[in-house]
Design a protein around this ligand. Structure first.
Ligand SMILES: [Mg+2]
Length: 96
């Protein structure tokens, strides 16, 4: 059993899913501080990004959707890659 599965089993689905939301809001707050208020908060961004990733792993355990997320993500990344290729073809990037 993974640590993520153990956490969900021990502390329960609902509390852990509420924790996902809490961690996402903490990361949101740090991003806003960084972008809007130009705050140097790299340490906080590192911490909150890790917290969110840990909670997203638990979310995938809770709903049993790890494989489906991976599959969707792979497809999405291919689309993004194609859009980037198109973008680079139609925009001048020699100036930079
Ligand atoms: Mg946090």
């Amino acid at each position: 059993m993974t640590i993520y599965e153990r956490a969900v089993k021990t502390w329960g689905k609902e509390p852990q899913m509420l924790q996902v939301i809490e961690e996402m809001s903490e990361l949101t707050k740090e991003i806003l501080k960084n972008v809007n208020r130009k705050k140097n908060n790299i340490d906080e961004l590192i911490e909150e990004t890790a917290d969110v990733e840990i909670m997203l792993e638990q979310l995938k355990c809770c709903y049993g959707i790890k494989d489906q997320v991976e599959e969707y993500k792979a497809g999405k990344l291919l689309k993004i890659e194609r859009r980037l290729d198109d973008w680079e073809k139609t925009h001048d990037h020699t100036a930079a």
